[in-house]
Design a protein around this ligand. Structure first.
Ligand SMILES: [Zn+2]
Length: 193
């Protein structure tokens, strides 16, 4: 990969992203390096890339996602990369627009069925981690929710974006890295009515 433009402007930020990637990998979540927002644009390893948003740095990234600490550390040693997590492997992710997302999160907390929830302010959505294989249904449709499953990915905290870094609204530690079941998601969505 070429990429003097991927050199870190801020070594502290690079360290934070590397530590986050290693932490996800250590908990069994495969990691892929993602384009780094440098304050102006999303820089990746492809010179002709025109994607204006977080995205994996390789076009063919599926086979390269890893939980191996040495592999992950080597990616983040020299370059500023953000963090993407493949979906449909260990978890699916449901993208729910604000403000409904806040109500869903409140219902999950109230039911004591926490799950990792990330805020993606650039898109005005929250990301809910659920077990893989989730199917669209009327409840999710009514919220304009979008399921990211097999073959997709999500940007993970603290990936920098045009509107500030991705951040956890409910960090994985809070659910001890457990992922929400489909039944518990349904119960929370039913509680909204
Ligand atoms: Zn790119």
């Amino acid at each position: 990969m070429s990429g003097s433009r991927l050199r870190p402007a801020d070594p502290g930020q690079q360290r934070t992203l590397r530590q986050a990637a290693l932490c996800y990998a250590a908990h069994g979540w495969p990691v892929v390096p993602a384009a780094f927002f440098d304050g102006t644009r999303y820089a990746c390893v492809q010179a002709d890339c025109v994607q204006d948003g977080p995205h994996p740095v390789w076009r063919l990234w599926q086979g390269r996602a890893s939980t191996d600490a040495d592999v992950v550390a080597s990616w983040y040693r020299l370059f500023s990369f953000a963090v993407a997590l493949p979906t449909g492997v260990i978890f699916d992710v449901v993208e729910i627009p604000e403000p409904a997302a806040v109500r869903v999160q409140d219902a999950l907390v109230e039911h004591r069925t926490p799950t990792p929830i990330a805020v993606w302010r650039e898109r005005g959505v929250r990301l809910f981690w659920v077990t893989p294989g989730l199917q669209p249904d009327n409840r999710l449709g009514a919220l304009n929710a979008r399921i990211r499953g097999e073959g997709a990915w999500v940007p993970a905290p603290p990936t920098p974006t045009r509107r500030g870094p991705m951040h956890w609204s409910l960090p994985p530690e809070q659910s001890e890295w457990a992922i929400l079941s489909h039944a518990d998601l349904t119960a929370a969505l039913d509680a909204l009515n």
